[in-house]
Design a protein around this ligand. Sequence first.
Ligand SMILES: Nc1ncnc2c1ncn2[C@@H]1O[C@H](COP(=O)(O)OP(=O)(O)OP(=O)(O)O)[C@@H](O)[C@H]1O
Ligand SMILES: [Mg+2]
Length: 226
Amino acid sequence: MNELLALQDISKSFPSPGGGRISILSGISLSLFSGEIVAITGRSGSGKSTLLSIAALLSTPDSGRILYSGRDTHGMGEGEIAHLRSHSMGFVFQSSLLLSDFSALENTAMPMMIQGMRRRDAMKEAERYLSLVGLLDRKDHRPAAMSGGERQRTAIARALAGHPFVIFADEPTGSLDERSAADVEDLLFSAVRDEGRCMLLVTHDRALADRADRVLQLSEGVLSDV
Ligand SMILES: Nc1ncnc2c1ncn2[C@@H]1O[C@H](COP(=O)(O)OP(=O)(O)OP(=O)(O)O)[C@@H](O)[C@H]1O
Ligand SMILES: [Mg+2]
């Protein structure tokens, strides 16, 4: 099997307001293979989002290595990391950052345009993904004119539209009703499994975690099988 993402011995601490440092991650190792979905659970404040942002190269660990398709990202230049981010990673985060001056359609098309796709083709593909998340009738709305759940579904459409091989999802269906959540979960899971991608999924939702191939719990800085 193809190892798409590997975390090796990742540690991270933050300065404590009272002085000293608080250790959040203590030597985490984890591999994700093609087609695989790994769910991370754990109490609020246990470090799940911290782990995700390190894996996505949005913040740096104190020590440890992060490999994409076997390539160590340490020592990669800014350009190489930006390329990796735009071509290989899709993000669905707790407060997904949509660009406020752009419509749902433009937000969804953005990663494909960054990858070099022609605007017209990117818009067409974006329409297809917005329709998959049930938002075609909101495609011209800007984020401020959408509900929280609609913004989240737009973020999911955007994450999938770029055809990334690693998807990072932090409570991806947290603000959706049961029915919409189930639809979006199905979409995310089949996008990963049918197309040989992988997903690192953070969730408090036990039922959602149980649909993953592996469920790991983060506690006291270490991951353990659930
Ligand atoms: N930039 C930072 N500076 C200092 N402490 C931080 C920073 N970022 C996170 N922390 C601390 O690290 C801990 C883990 O935070 P993190 O956001 O990873 O938790 P989480 O498991 O995602 O929680 P939740 O389920 O509530 O989203 C928290 O105690 C938080 O206060
Ligand atoms: Mg979090």
